[in-house]
Design a protein around this ligand. Sequence first.
Ligand code: NDP
Length: 303
Amino acid sequence: HREAFIIDGKAVSQRVLQEVSEAASTLIAQGVRPGLAVVLVGEDPASQVYVKSKGKAAEGCGFHSVQHTLSRQTSEADILALVGRLNADPAIHGILVQLPLPPHVNATKVLESISPAKDVDGFHPINAGLLAIGDIGRALVPCTPAGSMLLIDEAIKALGLKLAGLDAVVVGRSNIVGKPMAQLLLGENCTVTIAHSRTRDLAAVVGGADILVAAVGRPEMIPGEWIKPGAIVIDVGINRIPGEGLDKNGKPKTRLVGDVAFEAAKARAGAITPVPGGVGPMTIAMLMKNTLTAAIRCAERTV
Ligand code: NDP
């Protein structure tokens, strides 16, 4: 068995961003500039970093990009009013409310107030429902699973396989990753199993996977020995664990690992995503793709 093909999420995400930029310039030439509004409530440092990189990516694609930063104390009513204005704003095609929201705000209520046509995170029940009934042509699909799907396509091509009929196992059933991932794989005619914290024999389930998607959030919880030889392994997990030694500020170093024990899995898998540099970079790229899609659909509705 030769070593696994390492799926380069950075390269694939750059290709997606390049395609989105080109399509955006065509659209702009026709008089429509895709617009993305990102709403940040509070000063959570991780959220600030995410929001900044989303804004930067949007500008890089030539989009109209706005950021609304609201104080932590902003009332739910004021957030809903802002979303309402963005829903009505013809210059905005995508609205993203950065999670988590402060505890006094009902996040479900806020997410459901976003117009489904502008819901570029794909979290609105209408979009979840369209995905569930297989109507991808009308849905906006959550970014992380959509990006993972492109990485699976990349691996399928590299290994010279066909996706239809393969046994896919998704570990994790969240509404943002696991569940939509399973729907996408089902849409591609895989035989899909969804595993979760109550699954009885996870090792046996994982061992049957031609395609394994791990979206749990537990560092290296899937040992390499569980992987079926030749399998495609997509590791969505991003976990920060203690590293070795001290950083330049004298603080203990940390490092990122996935949900899969990478080195051992690499020796058995046919293809595998690294962490970082696998699924991570795909998420923002797919957000840009969704914003472009929302703008194109909007332009088609108005002509
Ligand atoms: P959630 O915490 O919402 O879901 C985790 C899922 O894992 C749950 O369905 C849970 O099962 C399941 N689970 C927990 N423990 C076990 C176990 N021992 N065995 C089997 N299944 C288990 O997480 P998310 O889906 O939001 O995220 C998952 C991971 O992906 C995280 O590490 C997150 O950081 C990462 N992530 C990465 C992104 C990226 O851009 N690359 C984007 C989004 C997330 P149950 O439902 O039974 O509780």
